[in-house]
Write a protein that binds this ligand. Structure first.
Ligand code: M6R
Length: 613
């Protein structure tokens, strides 16, 4: 949700912090702030409402000619409001009562009201509505010259999730960081150490990183890090090498990250498939499934959990597991999983689908499934993320950093990986060699199929131009195209603010059709599939009520000519076709949002990774 960066070193911290915040801005962007520590220990904080550029302007103006310009230590934060509106007083950093220490915080302190009431009774006058200020003041209450100790004592009284970075006037050159349920990664440089909530903020400075574990508290200086675990035992954590290319977190000439990420999909899906297709045996080789062929063969049911776009990817996967692997598969919204007391056991495979690997609801589902004894695998993009580490096994989608808040290449990567898994499980069951080879061959074509959709960018932009003023749109699909319809509608509403709904095509006549008025755009996923004629009848029903039908059809397909507009995707296996169809809908949403002048990469009210329930 929010983004944290901290720096302890010998260079001026402010430009490093602001650069890091720009890379983290996709995580939250309603306000931002930083605190700098001079070599004397003095703390200076600057906050601004709105995007990081507003903070940058303020920092530049306020620091000009002051010694703080060269301050070599600092912490910074970009916020997605949870407690209190996006105002300057609510922006981080927050200070202790005596203003001798300050912190930035990701996550939620669940018992902050009780802490706040206790502190107010002692005379604290809070200046914000945030949960974070309660934590800052609580640490201040415990502080007696040892910041690490004070942080540990305060956190022992806290319920909830946190990733924090704290600095104090009395300990110049020292930053204390801690995490529980909210990621933090340390970056080890030459004579400098950084901390961030996301490795993307570190790539410009170092490749050597340490992912902190839940419960860790670390004392960070320019030259060393001392990590203690939840039991206060000193720990040597593994130093990992970041595989990120700094260019991957830049726009690279595209107008928006979203457009760049849409166009990266031939490559990102190729990466998801790389080395995993065995054409000869008609199967997939997935080392990350880590489980013996016998164990896989014994799986009786697959439960896919995820949120938002990842939930939709799981819903496509559900069809593939049933169709190719003859497996009973079901999808559950991760937010619901642990509260419905799920019937899950040792012969169930739970797949946690998540781009970020940090989504609180999905993580909670992972933990619950593990307690219930299920085999739990992650389908995750971010290596080193909490879900990746807690599942311990799974299949990475290797989509590279996804910066745009609206997920695109992660979705296609997730679907590609789920299709690979379904092929692998299918071949261990009843899927024939011949069918397996045919499926593997179709999957291998995916980068080329996506490229064919991207080549129609201008035609799709023209369709978008003719629907850009509509205030409502409906997306219809059946079978595996139903979740693609849901995803198309989600994309459109997220970035263009057009009210959009996805429905099972057959459901339209059971109620939603009442919403249609002449000219309402109805996007119908009417590609080649066994259910084509049914889908088309549903489209005709909408057309008869005056809707404007935009049909997504397969190349060479006969039928559907009566549509008002046609977007042609390459002809391929109906499950594989979910990926090129999704790419077409991503482009459609992108162009509608562009024509409506929306903030595409950072839509209002959203944040990239949702680490609160
Ligand atoms: O990181 P995750 O895949 O777990 O995130 C899940 C959802 O929050 C995410 O897909 C969200 O719906 C996106 N904004 C969709 O574009």
């Amino acid at each position: 949700m929010c983004g944290i960066i901290g720096y302890v070193g010998r260079q001026p911290a402010a430009p490093i912090l602001l650069g890091g915040l720009r890379r983290l801005e996709y995580r939250g962007y309603d306000s931002a702030g930083l605190a700098l520590q001079a070599p004397s220990g003095r703390l200076t904080a600057i906050r601004a409402v709105g995007k990081v550029m507003h903070l940058t302007a303020k920092v530049t103006a306020e620091l000009a000619g002051t010694p703080e310009v060269a301050a070599p230590v600092g912490i910074a934060h970009t916020r997605w409001a949870t407690h209190g509106a996006p105002t300057e007083p609510n922006a981080h950093p927050h200070f202790s009562g005596d203003r001798r220490l300050c912190l930035v915080h990701n996550g939620i302190i669940e018992n902050y009201r009780a802490i706040r009431a206790r502190l107010e009774a002692k005379g604290h006058a809070f200046v914000s509505e945030t949960d974070t200020e309660a934590l800052a003041r609580l640490i201040g209450e415990h502080y007696q010259g040892d910041l690490r100790k004070a942080v540990g004592q305060a956190l022992a009284q806290v319920e909830g999730a946190y990733g924090i970075a704290v600095i104090a006037v009395d300990e110049p050159g020292v930053m204390v960081v801690a995490r529980k349920g909210s990621p933090l990664v340390l970056g080890l440089g030459e004579g400098e150490t950084l901390v961030a909530s996301d490795a993307a903020a570190l790539v410009a400075h170092t490749r050597r990183v340490i992912y902190l574990d839940d419960g860790d508290i670390a004392v960070v200086t320019a030259d060393r890090v001392d990590i203690r675990d939840r039991h206060d035992v000193v720990r040597e954590r593994e130093v990992a090498e970041l595989g990120l290319d700094p260019g991957a977190v830049e726009k690279g000439g595209y107008a928006h990250f979203m457009l760049k990420e849409i166009h990266e999909q031939p490559e990102s899906v190729r990466n998801a498939l790389r080395g995993r297709l065995d054409a000869e045996h008609g199967t997939a080789v997935l080392a990350g499934m880590g489980t013996s062929a016998r164990e896989l063969a014994e799986i009786q049911r697959i439960i896919l959990v995820g949120c938002g776009t990842s939930l939709h990817a799981g819903q496509v996967g559900e069809f593939a597991f049933e169709d190719w692997a003859d497996l009973n598969a079901e999808v559950q919204p991760a937010a619901e999983f642990r509260y419905r007391n799920p019937l899950v056991g040792s012969r169930d495979l739970v797949l946690a689908v998540s781009q970020s690997g940090e989504t609180a609801d999905t993580l909670a589902a992972v933990r619950e499934a593990k307690v219930k004894g299920a085999l739990v695998l992650g389908v995750v993009n971010v290596v080193g993320s909490t879900i990746a580490r807690e599942t311990g096994q799974g299949v990475f989608i290797h989509a590279g950093p996804e910066i745009s808040v609206a997920s695109t290449k992660a979705f296609t990567g997730q679907v590609a990986v789920l299709l690979l898994m379904a092929l692998r499980l299918g071949r261990g069951r009843r899927l024939s060699l011949e069918r397996g080879r045919a499926v593997a061959a179709e999957l291998a074509r995916l980068p080329e199929l996506i490229g064919q959709v991207l080549a129609q960018n201008d035609a799709i932009a023209a369709v978008a131009g003719r629907m850009a003023t509509a205030e409502h749109a409906y997306f219809l699909g059946r079978g595996p195209m139903h979740p693609v319809a849901l995803e198309g509608a989600l994309k459109l509403k997220e970035i263009s603010y057009v009210h959009a709904e996805g429905y099972h095509a057959a459901e339209m006549k059971h109620g939603p059709i009442a919403l249609l008025t002449p000219g309402t755009p109805v996007i119908v996923l009417a590609n080649r599939s066994p259910q084509w004629d049914k889908v088309w009848s549903n489209a005709e029903e909408c057309k008869a009520r005056g809707a404007r039908i935009i049909a997504v059809v397969s190349a060479g397909q006969v039928g559907g000519e009566q549509a008002d507009e046609r977007i042609v995707i390459p002809d391929c296996d109906p499950l594989v076709a979910t990926i090129p169809a999704a790419v077409a809908l991503q482009l459609l949403a992108y162009h509608v949002a562009r024509l409506r002048g929306c903030s595409i990469d950072q839509p209002r009210n959203l944040a990239k990774s949702v680490t609160v329930e």
